[in-house]
Design a protein around this ligand. Structure first.
Ligand code: 9MR
Length: 734
């Protein structure tokens, strides 16, 4: 937001003339309703639907104020002082006076202008003009239909709003061209910055301390054109400078980077915060002020207390089964409050894997009870295990009970019947929630995580370990019996689909975990998955087979271990090459040149593979590549953006979340420190991205706005990967 304001000023200062009317920039998405209703909305009392190519609203009788009944569109970029022309065609079943205009969609919801229009039963085209008084990416075009007495139907078509001098997708201000890790650098780690500059000759750089004194200097290396960002990039390397301190900056000419630290314990707080993220997102328990502070404390969500309708006795979707399950607990998935077994499974697995890594590598900090501010931090058990257990118990509860059809399978997901608005606090969610039918992917995901659970809990809680093992075995048997039950791709109202029609990778991952825990030969034959340069995600888990084998090598036949190890190193080598080939080093370099939804988790998961290669070999090049991956996430990127809330001067702080929706309600807190944003997504799969990012280069398809769920959501599977990596980086301390 801050930068959106800057960019408008910049455009005006350089004196760009408003375009001639014929070229005027269209600001409305889907004004013809050819694409259905999205992204148009109507207020609660006013049902609306697309009917004969028009958006028709059923205005109730008896509204008092014009704004008591509305339809509109949000996320419209507006520039202060610019004139806008609104055109639309409207008709109604009665002669009415309506009002149309522009306002701020976020608090304080300032009205910029409103004009009246007399609408009759004959469709008529209106042209209204006005001036925007605020620069925002969150403008609202609203039609106020209330205060007209009786009930009537209002129909709208061919809506157009033109104006502004910044072309759609243009005018972004990324601040300083000198891009650094805004958190900082380890004293004995690599220290590099990327600089956007068109020069083909090296440039002089200076490292300055917090008092502005030059403490080091050198010349850049010209990295050249960077395909993913479209920037021409130089790289400054100040790795030789090792003196710890706060508030350093890197200067190139008159350009100065964001400040950063050099510190041995640099990743200590990120390790904690990225793990505590899970406590903030727990379902089924009060989030207590003594752990999170007053601003973040909230009552338990979804424990069957009115208006909640879940999660202590959740029925199946009508017609799919005739029982209810107690599925309270677990973590909310992301910006929504659904709970999904495939995503919960991989997230819990990554936390348990972080624990096993700490065991393997003697990383005592990672094993600490008391590491985190969570209720279990004095129970004598490592906190990272306590936190993963919160999810594990939920995952176990999603299994179809014995005696029922499909017993042992796991329900794919549980979520609201319809999408709730932002913000919605979990305890205020009035939606009915349903168990969606079991899937083979969810069942195998549960089997994998539960098998790992049995192994890691064996020394801490025998009974729980046994419970996990029994669940893993029955899930595995159920998946063998029902190997091809797929969650539908179109089941995405009120929650995500998490669809997946290839489960051979899940079979292999689950088999590897079951074999690693039990040594039972029946599983070994199914251990077929291999890590490839495609990496892994909630949908593609084949690589986790090899990561499991190298985590628990003593369990597997030596030939398996040697092959898995060789593959991990080969894939890691490829990621290091990909990282080094880019102006903003990133181990993610998609072969199709398109950044995926949640691209930051591709970065973190690929970096995790490199980190595993480091653990296997202790080659410094792997360690350095992981740390440079952290640099990317924390600000050394095409956007000058730290994607981690609370970390860096320009850090994401408007992530898409119903709970921490400060941007929409200033009384609410923002996303907690340590929350990772999804990151650039070439797909532009939400209206804010479509309004503001058309034509973006892959690494720039990101906007820190709460409604941009396809670029700026937070999610458990992304934070689990960040937490794993932050733990790795913290464990590098001598
Ligand atoms: O992370 C998921 C991403 O891989 C998919 O492309 C996207 C669209 O299906 O969904 C993402 O997951 C979302 C889920 O469906 C619902 N909760 C929020 C998740 C993060 O955006």
């Amino acid at each position: 937001m801050r930068r959106a304001l800057l960019l408008v000023t910049a455009a005006l200062v350089v004196g760009l003339a408003p375009p001639a009317h014929a070229d005027a920039y269209e600001r409305v998405l889907n004004g013809s309703f050819a694409a259905g209703k999205t992204p148009w909305w109507s207020s609660g009392s006013t049902p609306s639907q697309v009917d004969g190519g028009r958006l028709c609203a059923n205005v109730p009788a008896g509204t008092v104020n014009p704004w008591d009944s509305m339809i509109g569109e949000n996320d419209i970029p507006l520039e202060t002082g610019q004139p806008y022309t609104l055109r639309f065609t409207a008709a109604a079943t009665a002669n009415v006076t309506i009002r149309a205009g522009l306002a701020l969609a976020t608090p304080p919801n300032t009205s910029m202008f409103t004009k009246t229009a007399s609408v009759t039963t004959t469709p008529k085209t209106f042209t209204l003009t006005g001036t925007a008084t605020i620069a925002t990416l969150s403008g609202q075009l609203g039609f106020q239909l209330g205060g007209n007495g009786g009930a009537y139907t209002f129909c709208l078509d061919d809506v157009s709003l033109t104006g502004g001098v910044i072309p759609p997708g243009g005018g972004h201000d990324y601040g300083s061209p000198v891009r650094v890790n805004q958190l900082g650098y380890l004293p004995d780690g690599p220290k590099q910055a990327s600089i956007v500059d068109s020069s083909s000759k090296p440039l002089a750089w200076q490292l300055k301390d917090s008092a502005g004194r030059a403490v080091d200097s050198g010349r850049t290396r010209v990295s050249g054109d960077d395909a993913m960002s479209g920037d021409h990039v130089h790289i400054a390397d100040f790795s030789g400078f090792r003196r710890a301190g706060k508030g350093y900056t890197l200067a190139v000419g008159s350009a100065v980077s964001q400040p950063f630290d050099i510190a041995g314990d640099l990743y200590d707080s990120l390790r904690r915060d990225s793990l505590e993220y899970f406590y903030y997102n727990r379902s089924g328990t009060p989030i207590e002020a003594q752990y999170v502070g007053d601003a973040y404390a909230r009552p338990a969500g979804h424990v069957g207390v009115v208006p909640n309708k879940g999660d202590v006795s959740v029925p199946c979707l009508p017609g799919t089964c005739d029982y209810s399950l107690d599925v309270a607990g677990g973590w909310y998935d992301a910006g929504d409050q659904g709970k999904y077994v495939v995503n919960g499974g991989i997230a819990a697995w990554q936390l348990m894997d972080a624990y096993e890594r700490s065991l393997d590598t003697g990383d005592r900090a990672g094993l600490k009870d008391g590491l985190l501010a969570i209720p279990e931090n004095r129970n004598g058990i490592p906190d990272v295990l306590d936190e993963s257990r919160w999810e594990m118990q939920f995952l176990l509860s999603m299994q179809v009970p014995a005696g029922q059809p499909l017993a042992g399978m796991a329900h794919h997901k549980i979520h609201d019947l319809a999408w709730t608005p932002l913000p919605t606090q979990p305890q205020n969610d009035p939606q009915p929630r349903y168990l969606h039918p079991p899937s083979t992917a969810a069942t195998l995901n549960l089997a994998a995580a539960a098998a790992q659970c049995a192994r890691v809990w064996a020394r801490w809680d025998k009974a729980f370990s046994q419970q996990c093992l029994a669940a893993a075995r029955t899930a595995w048997q159920a998946a063998l019996a029902h190997p091809a039950i797929y969650a539908p791709a179109d089941d995405s109202v009120g929650g995500g689909a998490y669809d997946d029609t290839n489960v051979s990778d899940e079979f292999s991952w689950a088999a590897a975990e079951l074999y690693a825990t039990t040594g039972d030969k029946q599983y070994l034959a199914q251990v077929t998955g291999k890590i490839t340069s495609d990496g892994f995600s909630w949908r593609d888990t084949g690589a986790l087979t090899d990561l499991t084998i190298v985590r628990v090598p003593w369990r597997f036949p030596p030939a398996h271990v040697a092959a898995a190890r060789a593959r991990v190193l080969k894939v890691a080598d490829g990621y290091v090459r990909d990282l080094k080939s880019q102006g903003y080093p990133n181990p993610y370099l998609p072969t199709d040149g398109q950044y995926v939804w949640g691209s930051n988790s591709a970065t973190t998961n690929n970096a995790l593979v490199i980190a595993t290669a480091y653990d296997l070999t202790h080659r410094p090049a792997y360690r350095d590549a992981v740390l440079e991956s952290m640099d990317y996430l924390l600000g050394r990127n095409a956007l000058n953006q730290s994607f981690v809330a609370g970390y860096g001067e320009w850090a994401s702080h408007n992530e898409h979340t119903r709970i921490f929706a400060h941007e929409l309600d200033p009384k609410l807190p923002g996303p907690p420190a340590g929350a990772l944003a999804g990151g650039p997504n070439s797909g532009l799969q939400d209206p804010v991205a479509q309004q503001n990012l058309p034509g973006c280069r892959p690494a720039k398809c990101y906007v820190d706005e709460i409604d941009s769920y396809s670029t700026n959501e937070m999610a458990i599977n992304w934070n689990s990967s960040l937490a794993w990596l932050a733990g790795f980086a913290d464990s590098l301390r001598p």
